[in-house]
Design a protein around this ligand. Structure first.
Ligand code: AMP
Length: 509
């Protein structure tokens, strides 16, 4: 019999964690080949046929930054070609290399892979593609906060029913309100995370160095610049534990000792914390609008939520003591719990105890972003105006489906272009510039229709966040269904080409 490996994988912006379920039915982290519980999401292309992933890649970044990629999760779902040793790579193929490294590079892996709750369809599709390129069968793409909440409910079965998950990771911020295992509201910012603190602290260190040693320009030394970013991340973490730290910097034969305090780091990031609070207020308002009681538990996940200032700010804002339980591992643990629910419910039931209780709970979620139809604005006198009419709205419970009727505007129209857009900004808006097109098709072969004829458009978002659209002209009964074509995501041919180039690569940690 072929071996099947069931995993939960938290594919993070800065670090990736893999978990499984131990013999006692509880989640356990599966360390990488270096024995580390988390693998930096960094890939270094050593040569045309060999890559390093993880800590070794991060070390190599200091020496050879041009052949190293970090923070690739921020590019998921976008067209972003990279070339290393003459071979084309994409965010999907880079993520696939990380997944291959952490999933042991063996066949037969089935996994739940986590994604931020607000990841749109392109990012989800790209994550799915990355797993496929790594030879991993995706059981489900699970929202990170749902995973964290699953783990939290396992650890604290008596916790209040309404939970706010505040997830400040390396590169993304996610905030979610759950009632039991049901997600009732999500919000977030895909460009906000611990790396922003690192960047600010790194600039501060460089400026301090330049002030102390005016004869050396540290900005000219690329190796030093990338070393300072790595150092800044380390110093930031230490300052969550101690209140001040002296950092020794050496560049161009000169050296300087720079003192940094926790208060300095908090001041540098005060506006970043404020941004997370603003988004948290927004998500709580969305939940309240759906009649959900105030969150009784606040769960901190994501490594950057270890900064003491974060819990302090939330306590002041919400009057609830936030709970920080293995913030780096909670998402992977929840993914492992979910993977085993999906892959072997019988086994979980047999394991008994609290896990079995969780295993029987469905994890419902909400639409991560509003989806709608791009139409001509009939109120615009110039005739040029366009707007996006959202049909399915952010925070609608999943699976969601809704139908809206649109009227044609010119006589004898025998075809209708159907363009489906997804909310691009943090807040839904009908302005086309604040949306991005995810599907585009044409309902053709219609009998010449008089202006004002109705076309029905039905949008559906499945439980795992994939979009399907049907446009129907009721008189002729003709319809068009749009499914998997999504702008900016690897198509079949490109997938085969990437799979070929990845197959020839040896991945080591
Ligand atoms: P994640 O994406 O959840 O793995 O979070 C990684 C982020 O958490 C990185 O920016 C880390 O620098 C940050 N981080 C990890 N541990 C700490 C800590 N003790 N204090 C502050 N930030 C931390």
């Amino acid at each position: 019999m072929d071996l099947v490996v069931i995993l939960g994988i938290d594919l993070g912006t800065t670090c990736t964690v893999t978990a499984g379920i131990g013999d006692d039915g509880r989640p356990v982290v599966l360390p990488n080949s270096l024995g580390e519980t988390s693998t930096p999401s960094v890939v270094h292309f050593e040569s045309a046929d060999s890559v390093l992933v993880g800590s070794t890649a991060r070390t190599a970044a200091a020496v050879d930054p041009d052949n190293t990629v970090a923070l690739i999760k921020r590019r998921m779902g976008t067209e972003f070609d990279l070339f290393f040793h003459g071979v084309r790579h994409t965010p999907e193929s880079i993520s696939a290399l990380i997944l291959r490294a952490v999933a042991g590079d063996v066949p037969g892996v089935r996994a739940v892979v986590t994604v931020p709750a607000y990841f749109g369809i392109r990012e989800r599709e790209a994550t799915f593609q990355a797993a496929a390129l790594a030879g991993i069968e995706v059981l489900e793409l699970l929202s990170e906060p749902v995973a964290a909440a699953l783990h939290h409910r396992t650890a604290f079965p008596d916790a209040p029913d309404t939970t706010l998950v505040y997830d400040l990771g390396g590169g993304t911020f996610d905030t979610t309100v759950l009632r039991g295992a049901e997600v009732v509201a999500v919000d977030g910012d895909s460009h906000l995370g611990g790396a922003d603190w690192d960047a600010r602290l790194a600039s501060h260190l460089l400026e301090s160095f330049a002030a102390a040693v005016p004869e050396v320009d540290p900005h000219e030394d690329e190796v030093f610049l990338s070393e300072v970013v790595v150092l800044a991340e380390k110093v930031k973490r230490e300052l969550s534990r101690v209140s001040s730290r002296t950092v020794a910097l050496r560049c161009g034969g000169a050296s300087a000792a720079v003192e940094v305090t926790r208060a300095d780091v908090e001041a540098m990031g005060a506006d970043l914390v404020d941004r997370t609070l603003e988004i948290t207020r927004r998500v709580l308002d969305s939940a309240a609008a759906r009649g959900v009681p105030r969150a009784g538990s606040v769960v901190l996940v994501g490594g950057a939520s270890r900064m003491p200032g974060v819990a302090r700010a939330l306590r002041a804002e919400l009057g609830v003591e936030p709970r920080l339980v293995e913030p780096d591992l909670a998402v992977a643990y929840g993914a492992a719990i979910r993977a085993h629910q999906l892959a072997s419910p019988e086994r979980l039931r047999r394991a008994g105890g609290r896990m079995a209780v969780v295993a029987d709970q469905p994890t419902r979620s909400v639409v991560p972003r509003s989806f709608g139809v791009l139409v001509d604005d009939s109120h615009d006198p110039s005739g040029e105006g366009r707007l996006v009419v959202h049909v399915v709205h952010r925070n609608d419970p999943l699976p969601a489906t809704a139908t809206t009727r649109f009227a044609t505007i010119v006589n004898d129209q025998d075809r209708v272009r159907v363009q489906i857009c997804e909310q691009a900004g943090d807040v839904p808006s009908s302005e086309p510039a604040h949306n991005r097109r995810v599907l585009d098709g044409e309902l053709s072969g219609l009998p010449p229709l008089p202006a004002g004829s109705l076309v029905e458009v039905t949008l559906g978002v499945s439980a795992d966040g994939l979009l399907s659209v049907t446009a129907r002209e009721p008189r002729s009964g003709r319809s068009l269904t749009l499914e998997s074509y999504v702008d900016g995501v690897v198509d079949g041919g490109a997938h085969a080409e990437l799979a070929r180039s990845l197959a020839g690569l040896r991945v080591a940690q």
